[in-house]
Design a protein around this ligand. Structure first.
Ligand code: MN
Length: 745
């Protein structure tokens, strides 16, 4: 049986220029793919995609949308793949089908407070209006066949529809879809109220139908008398759900108490003057009506001069005395043109392939449609998306981000069950694990993204499906702290180290971590009584203190980089020996040079014109933490914060100072030794990595090679500070086939 024939007839009538052969081919493709599958209702599955197209036809779909709607469940529910769909119907269709498939993964749970995240996720992942519209039509058909779904699922789906789909439809201005969805949700979520309102409304309608007919006649006569020839007069009835909302908001019990259960609508023809839209006749009609019946001043609204944020345009007025003499209730009248009416019913969907745009958007891709000026005039993609986001979010920070750039700073990822996690860009599986639950984070052993195993510091991408594999014996690792992006993951990891770990083990770990860092800079490892830590940052540490310091490292409370920087001066950390010789040669000129440099490069607590002198005792370099010391009659001397000389001075003479932001920190040339097992692409991996970190390689020569082991001894990089160096060493170490990396002394 050809379920498609009546729908195809509609397409032919509505859009005769479409490639019918291609559309029929899509139908047959979907029918064959779904062969043997049944809906919950027991009907053949193909009924569903066909019904979705039937709904979609009210929203001026282009050819690609019709085909995508026919195929929307194919790649997910059958053995046909996206690749096959692309080969058969082209990349645009495949792109939309893929988007629809992604959206079907966005699922809510009844107990979750994340409706807002879901809405954001939904709009973001769709990335294309057309996908959203198809998805809304899909949901409308699923809602209208919800009675066949198991009862416990009904509630979840209806709640999700009300929380996610309805606000999106409203924001996109697709009101007829919105109220259909709403009424269906109402029916399943509050069956008693639904029946009550429905009953009341039908008895109300029996009463008011003749009245409405009467008012229609009166208005028609009035307008014809005013010289209007072509127009329509309609009545619009409030939807069941909005009646319910109004009843409960105003604590009313009967629909009779609601004045605007019905409103009259006058739809006039579009008019143009000098090639531009003309709306004068709408105000003329308004004048004619106000001439006959008295308007309620405060109820007049001009949404043409000031459209609603979603682009809705119309004139609204409420008049008294319309209808039979016995009737003293006011009547709302809406006046609009045909295209305004189309926009009001179909929202953004009325903008493509419609009216003056006439089919010009057929064959344009989503990007082009978004950018096309006609489409963008009143309801451009970005504008609609912005206002949608503003409505769904009360979070000011979020709106700020949005204004800066839409969504680039947040990513949305999914659990395998389809739950959404909203994370900052750059977040890793560990951030995700802790966002799901502390225990998941604390026992995270492995992570999979889209079913493939990834490193725990993998940078998650929007729409990734992330699965965390936990093991009872897995524990947080201090290294995690160096890459997690969320502060909550950070504090949970630190918390774990504080409370869970065995002090001996923590001590061992701290020692190992520090030794590893020492080795990286060609320093001897710690000895048994930790001599190296005896003098730490100007303090003498007892053995107990030294061990506590290592435990702090082990717990992740203290970064090994900080310890290294406290133990060794920057020069020692960053300069290789050959370089130090070079500096010694220039030593005579150094003092003068420093003084001159200082004047322009240091800002002292907001003052710009302070006479500034660089201290000769500690010789601060750009990038060092510095502090100013007010000298008698000589202005300010700038010292390193750690300078011992300054630490003995009177504190009230110290003044905050910092390096000007535009002063580029000097770079040090640091030689690294990299030992690695050869493989194809290894060198390019390393050079890619350095350039991603913004580090220049100043020399790169292979020095030794035995069998398949290679050693770089002349791998020289330009480094800003020790932190950057430590990060680089860490990253190179993670490159497959790299055996060890250290800085040469
Ligand atoms: Mn579907």
């Amino acid at each position: 049986m050809n379920f498609f024939a009546p729908v195809l007839d509609r397409i032919k009538k509505q859009s005769p220029s479409y490639d019918m052969e291609r559309i029929v081919r899509a139908y047959e493709y979907a029918r064959d793919a779904h062969e043997g599958q049944k809906r919950f209702s027991g009907e053949p599955y193909i009924i569903h995609p066909v019904a979705v197209v039937d709904i979609l036809l009210d929203y001026n779909p282009d050819e690609e949308m019709i085909i995508a709607a026919l195929l929307h469940d194919v790649s997910e529910d059958t053995d046909r793949t996206l690749v096959q769909i692309e080969a058969e119907f082209g990349p645009k269709v495949a792109y939309m089908v893929q988007g629809l498939e992604k959206l079907s993964k966005v699922r809510s749970r009844i107990d979750e407070p994340y409706a807002e995240n879901l809405r954001r996720m939904f709009v973001h992942m769709a990335a294309d209006f057309r996908i959203i519209i198809i998805k809304l039509c899909d949901r409308l058909h699923n809602m209208s066949t919800l009675e066949y779904v198991k009862p416990h699922k009904q509630e979840r789906i209806a709640t999700e529809t009300l929380d996610v789909y309805v606000p999106i439809a409203a924001r996109l201005g697709i009101y007829n879809l919105k109220s259909k969805l709403e009424d269906l949700c109402f029916e399943f979520l509050e069956p008693e109220h639904y029946e009550n309102v429905k009953e009341q409304l039908s008895s109300y309608s029996r009463m008011t139908d003749p009245l409405i007919l009467d008012i229609k006649k009166t208005l028609t006569k009035c307008l014809a008398g005013g010289g209007f020839k072509k127009f329509k007069v309609e009545a619009r009835l409030k939807s069941l759900y909005s009646i319910h909302v109004k009843l409960s908001r105003k604590s009313l019990s009967s629909v009779d108490e609601i004045y605007d259960i019905f409103a009259m609508r006058i739809i006039l023809q579009d008019q143009k003057k000098d090639g531009r839209e003309y709306t004068g006749h709408l105000y003329e009609a308004l004048g004619v009506i106000h001439g006959m019946w008295a308007p309620l001043q405060q109820r007049f609204k001009d949404y043409i001069a000031v459209p609603k944020p979603n682009g809705y345009r119309s004139l609204h007025t409420t008049v008294v005395g319309l209808g039979p003499k016995s009737r003293n209730q006011p009547t709302e009248i809406q006046i609009r043109t045909e295209s305004m009416h189309g926009e009001a019913e179909r929202g953004v969907a009325s903008h493509w392939l419609y009216g003056e745009t006439g089919g010009a958007t057929a064959g344009m891709d989503a990007e082009e449609i978004r950018n096309s000026s006609k489409f963008g005039e009143r309801l451009g993609w970005v504008k609609a998306l912005n206002s949608l986001q503003e409505e769904v979010s009360n979070n000011e920070e979020f709106i700020d981000d949005l204004h800066r750039d839409i969504f680039h700073r947040r990513i949305f990822v999914l659990t395998p069950a389809g739950d959404v996690q909203d994370l900052p860009a750059g977040a890793t599986p560990i951030d995700f694990a802790y966002a799901v639950h502390s225990e998941v984070g604390n026992h995270c052993a492995m992570a999979k993204v889209n079913d493939a195993i990834v490193p725990l510091d993998y940078e998650l991408q929007n729409g990734n499906v992330v699965e965390i594999i936990t093991r009872d014996n897995a524990e947080p690792n201090q290294y995690w702290l160096s890459f997690v992006k969320t502060s909550s993951a950070k504090s949970k990891i630190k918390g774990w180290f504080r409370s869970n770990a065995d002090p001996q083990k923590i001590l061992r770990e701290g020692r190992e971590i520090l030794n590893k860092h020492l080795e990286q800079i060609s320093k001897a490892p710690l000895d048994a009584d930790l001599q190296l830590l005896k003098n730490y940052g100007g303090c003498k540490l007892t053995l107990k203190d030294r061990e506590e310091l290592l435990r702090d490292i082990g717990r992740g409370m203290l970064y090994p980089n900080v310890v290294i920087k406290t133990l060794f001066p920057a020069e020692e950390l960053l300069r290789s020996r050959s370089r130090i010789i070079e500096i010694k040669k220039k030593k005579q000129d150094k003092k003068k040079a420093i003084e001159e440099v200082g004047k322009n490069e240091v800002v002292v607590d907001g003052y710009t014109d302070f006479p500034i002198k660089m201290a000769t005792c500690c010789q601060p370099n750009p990038g060092d933490a510095i502090i100013g010391y007010i000298t008698r009659g000589r202005g300010v001397t700038v010292h390193k914060k750690a300078c011992k000389v300054i630490n003995n001075r009177k504190t009230e003479r110290l003044i905050a100072a910092h390096w000007r932001k535009d002063v580029a920190a000097p770079t040090y040339r640091v030689s690294l030794e990299v030992v690695m097992q050869d493989r194809i692409g290894l060198l390019s991996d390393i050079s890619c990595l350095t350039s991603q970190m913004g580090i220049n390689i100043t020399k790169m020569a292979l020095n030794e090679a035995t069998n398949s082991t290679f050693i770089f001894r002349e791998f020289e990089v330009a480094i800003k500070d020790y932190d950057q160096l430590a990060r680089l060493i860490q990253k190179i170490q993670e490159v497959p086939n790299v055996k060890s990396v250290k800085k040469l002394d």
